[in-house]
Write a protein that binds this ligand. Sequence first.
Ligand code: 2HG
Ligand code: ZN
Length: 462
Amino acid sequence: MNDPRLESLLQACPGLRLKTDPADLEHYGRDWTRRWTPAPLGIALPATVEEVQAVLRWASAQKVAVVPSGGRTGLSGGAVAANGELVLSLERMNKALDFNAVDRTLTVQAGMPLEALHNAALEHGLIYPVDFAARGSCTIGGNIATNAGGIRVIRYGNTREWVAGLKVVTVDGEVLELNKGLIKNSSGYDFRQLIVGSEGTLGVIVEATVRLTDPPPASNVMLLALPSFEVLMQVFSAFRERLQLEAFEFFTDLAVRHTTSHGAHYPFEQTYPYYVVTEYASGDEAGEAAAMAAFEHCAEQGWVLDGVISASVEQAKQIWRLREGITEAVARHKPYKNDVSVRISAMPAFLAQTQSLIGDAYPHFEVVWFGHIGDGNLHINVLKPDDTSDADFVGQCEHVTKLLAQVLARYDGSISAEHGIGLVKKPYLSSTRSRAEIALMQGVKRAFDPSGLLNPGKVFDA
Ligand code: 2HG
Ligand code: ZN
C-alpha cells in the first residue's frame, strides 16, 4: 500500500478492509464490459454503514473520486474504475436485516446477491420477483442503481416497482432514509425513486427494503420455433390474449448456435430462424388448454413451425438455458451490446426498420438478436471478428449506434432499456433525453455531489 492517501484513509477509518493487490485492482476495477483498463486507487470493503460514512467523508475531504461497486455484472461500464478512483465495494454488506410479515417487506444490505435475496424471500413463503440470468453474481444494490429489468418484467415490472425504502449515504457522509417502506407517501420529492437508476452518481445505497409477493401459480415453459421476424409480435399478441404470461423472450438461430455450443440442449430435430421461450401460468387443465389453443392458432396462421412444452422442472431449465445462456456464450467474442426499447405498440415498425439498418450496416459481422420482446426491449449483440482490432470494431459499431439512436428517437424509444448508461451509452444519452432534461439531471447531480466525486464520468459529464 504505497499511496499515502490510502494510509490517510485507514487513519480516518481504522479497521477498514482495503485491497491493493494488482489482481484485486483488476478484478474490482471492471464490470462485464471489457473495454476499459481498470486502474483504481484501491478497493475499500466496508462492513458497516458507519464505515461507508467514514470512507465518503474522507473522500470528500481529500477530493478522491469513488466508484460504488456491487456484483459488477453491468454491461454499460457503470462500475468501471479506470482513473484512479477508490472502489467502494458493498460485497461484505450482504445480509438480510429484517422481515416484516405484515408489510411483506424484506430489508437487506445492498451487497446481497439477487439469488440470495430470492432465497431469503422464499424462506418466508414469498418471492422477490425481479429475476435475470446474472442472479448469482449481481447484487440488489447494483440492481437498484440501474433499475434492472430482466425476464419477468412483463409480469412484475422493473426493480423500481419493488423498492419500498432505501438507506443511502451521501457523499458527505449523511445517512438518508428514503420512503421508509411506506406505500403511501405524498410528502414532496421521492428521492428513493431518484436514486433508483442513478448508477451510483448521487449516493451510495447501503440498505434496501424490498416488497415481496405471493409465489406465482404453477407455470410451464414453451419453446416456439418461428419462420420469420415479422410474425414475432403476432405470436406475442396471440399468447398474451390467452395466457397469463410470466415471460416472453425471443432469440435467433445464431444465439442458439452459441448457447448449444456452450452446453445448452436443443430439443428440435431441425433448426429454425427464430425462437421464443415463454413461461405462463398453468396450474390446471384450463391453463394448459389455453396454451395449446394459443399454439394451435399460431400454427394455423403459419406463425409458428414447431413447439415443445416442458414436461419437468429439469426440462424447463434446459429450455431457459437456450435463452439465459446467451450473454455468457457470446462473451468470448467481445460483443458490442445494444439494449434498446420502444413501446410495445411501436415494436413491429421499429423491428422492421432496425433489422434493415443492422443488415445493411453489419454485412461482415455476426449479429445476435435476443431480448424481452414482450416489454419492447431488444438486445443486439454484435460479435467482434477475431481479425478485427478492438478499436476498429468499436469504431464501426459506434457509427451504427448513432444510426440506431436516430431510429429510436423517431419511435420515442430508449438507448438503454435496462443496462444503464454508464460509459458505454453516454454519447447517445441525448438521443433519448432532451437537452432540458439533461441540464436538470446535471443540476440534480450538483445538488447531491457538488465536487463530482461519486462515479464521475458515468451517465453524463457533469
Ligand atoms: C439479458 O437479457 C441481459 O440476458 C443481458 O440483459 C443482455 O448480454 C446482453 O446483451
Ligand atoms: Zn436483458
